[in-house]
Write a protein that binds this ligand. Structure first.
Ligand SMILES: [Zn+2]
Length: 84
């Protein structure tokens, strides 16, 4: 039985291989040609429409991340793990 909650985004790739493209679209990471192809796909795909709605607030949320946290993430990427 389908409920409203079952259509919400819960995990990466919950049914459509184009979902990563939708996420990249929201973040402005696609080329113009990729944007057009992604939007054409989203128009006919309920899964990706739901994903687009879920991700629509992501740029605003990312803008709220403090600079100190971003620098911490950058450091964790470039610093090799310390053996314990
Ligand atoms: Zn799709």
């Amino acid at each position: 039985m389908a409920t409203a909650a079952s259509t919400r985004y819960r995990a990466p790739l919950n049914g459509c291989p184009k979902q990563p493209d939708v996420a990249a679209f929201v973040l402005g990471a696609l080329t113009p040609a990729e944007e057009r192809a992604t939007m054409a796909h989203v128009a006919g795909c309920g899964i990706c429409q739901a994903t687009l709605q879920e991700f629509a607030t992501l740029p605003d949320l990312l803008a709220l991340v403090p600079r100190s946290v971003i620098e911490l993430i950058d450091r964790s990427r470039t610093t090799p793990p310390v053996p314990r």
